[in-house]
Design a protein around this ligand. Sequence first.
Ligand code: ZN
Ligand code: ZN
Length: 109
Amino acid sequence: MMRKSMKKVILGTVCAAFLMMSTGCSAVSSITGGGYTSDEPCAWCGETPTKEFETSEGTPCYICEEHTHECGVCGKNFDEELNHYTNLMGIEMFACDECYQDVQEMNQN
Ligand SMILES: [Zn+2]
Ligand SMILES: [Zn+2]
């Protein structure tokens, strides 16, 4: 009897810890806006905070939230982080699904 209740207490503690961890994580990401925690200037506009991305050369590239949500080809704004690729200047370029596909096709030719 003793053992069974002990097990329940431990299980309950573990569950509570997991719950706290998951709510803690989501609270943090809502404050920082999903990983935009770097104070490096945005490669496009120089604004902060930014998020670190890796270019095709493996070097870090910092982009602000605005420029990860704005298509660099057609200029439209989106609610989600867009597809990205490294442009000729070595800067991460963000594009919506449609434009991204066009770019991929262009690069293949
Ligand atoms: Zn920017
Ligand atoms: Zn576009």
